[in-house]
Design a protein around this ligand. Structure first.
Ligand code: SAM
Length: 289
């Protein structure tokens, strides 16, 4: 499929010597049908601002631009790719800004105008995918500066993001995601779609932030999920002991049975635990977490 007048991605990779670097999690998508499908998962793009992490040779970037995004900000660590992306920028004058840098160190808010909100779309490098997601779900103030996240992960990570209580993959990541957002797996992508092919299947996840998550301190929620899932097979009256309060009283105040295990507690249950824990510490003079 031709979506623009630019050369096929195979030629871009050859001409710019973009041999894939494992250290940068480089598995490139060369099929513009597939990159268009990923970009469409984010919804309508016309006139909107998109932030893309790790554009690489530009397959997903080109799809996002062809679908009408007004402003695309692409953050890429590999200077070899930055040169290839300059050709994409020239084909879409004034619409693609390429930032050579580390997505983990980027101040995203500062890239946007005061009232500008962005969609994040990315085929993430696997080694930094989870920390990036946790960072985006942890931004303050909330609601965040982004409208949605459309992200490719390893299937196993995608399952940890969307897991429900009782699922094998349910843990801290699912609680954080479920508290602040709604997430679903849009579709899977087989290893054969990438160059070079990774060992495992990947999945595109679509995440929409909740306007008004249940009131709760992020730090407290992190602390109770860390304690609970740190010993996920143990009963909560045991696993929460590291919180330094009477765990029986804490569980009772949160309306959770002392014999329950973290893997079966809902997001609402963890929020209640976090709030009651903060209240007990304040009552005991320990202050905020
Ligand atoms: N978007 C391209 C595609 O779909 O073909 C490339 C995806 S590849 C899985 C991940 C990209 O992220 C690579 O281009 C890699 O150089 C880049 N990358 C890796 N670590 C990064 C980081 N910390 N910050 C920004 N980009 C990074």
């Amino acid at each position: 499929m031709s979506i623009d007048n630019l050369p096929p991605l195979r030629d871009v990779i050859r001409d710019h010597g973009l041999s894939a670097l494992k250290s940068l999690g480089q598995n490139f998508l060369l099929d513009l049908n597939l990159t268009s499908k990923i970009a469409r998962t984010a919804g309508r793009l016309d006139g909107l601002t998109v932030i893309e992490v790790g554009p690489g040779p530009g397959g997903l970037t080109r799809a996002i631009l062809a679908l009408g995004a007004r402003r695309v900000i692409a953050i890429e660590r590999d200077s070899r790719c930055v040169a290839a992306l300059a050709e994409v920028a020239a084909n879409y004058p004034g619409r693609l800004e390429i930032i050579e840098g580390d997505a983990l160190e980027t101040d995203y808010r500062a890239l946007l105008a005061a009232d500008e909100r962005a969609l994040i779309i990315a085929n993430l490098p696997y080694n930094v995918g989870t920390p990036l997601l946790v960072g985006w779900l942890s931004v303050d103030p909330w609601p965040p500066w982004y409208e949605s996240l459309t992200l490719m992960f390893q299937r196993e990570v995608a399952e940890r993001i969307v897991a429900a209580p009782g699922d094998d993959h349910y843990g801290r990541l699912a609680v954080l995601t479920g508290w602040r957002a709604q997430a679903h797996i849009a579709f899977d992508v087989p290893p054969s779609a990438f160059v070079p092919p990774p060992k495992v299947t990947s999945s595109v996840v679509h995440i929409t932030p909740r306007r008004a998550p249940l009131p709760c301190s992020l730090k407290a929620l992190e602390r109770v999920t860390e304690a609970g899932f740190g010993q996920r097979r143990k009963m909560l009256r045991q696993s929460l002991k590291s919180l330094g309060v009477d765990t029986g009283a804490l569980l009772e105040a949160a309306g959770i049975a002392p014999t329950e295990r973290a893997e079966r507690v809902t997001v609402e249950g963890f929020v209640a635990l976090a709030n009651e824990w903060v209240a007990m510490r304040q009552a005991g003079g320990a202050g905020r977490p």
